[in-house]
Ligand binder design. Structure first.
Ligand SMILES: [Zn+2]
Length: 95
């Protein structure tokens, strides 16, 4: 058995059947100086990042493809709403 010691960041789990469907949009600059405060592991093809800035937050989804990256983002929420959605995303309650 090979243990991967590279994975320090969380992985998302399989979405639940009744999970909340997030509205993924083409990215556009919404928050000034938004910075990534949490992210899922880069070993997976799809990476999720939580961005916060100016009291608002959103989630960015990056699909790593052979010929580049496909990026989508949610609309913005308050930081506490976004953190709740982030936890739901990691645990399969939202996707
Ligand atoms: Zn990993």
């Amino acid at each position: 058995m090979i243990l991967l010691d590279e994975c320090l960041s969380p992985h998302v789990v399989m979405p639940q059947r009744d999970h909340i469907r997030l509205d993924w949009r083409e990215p556009y600059p919404t928050l000034e100086r938004a910075r990534s405060v949490a992210w899922t592991c880069w070993c997976r093809a799809t990476i999720y990042e939580l961005y916060e800035g100016g009291g608002r937050a959103f989630v960015r989804r990056t699909l790593q493809l052979d010929d580049g990256h496909q990026v989508h983002e949610t609309s913005t929420w308050t930081i506490s709403e976004a953190r709740a959605i982030w936890m739901a995303l990691l645990s399969g309650k939202a996707r």
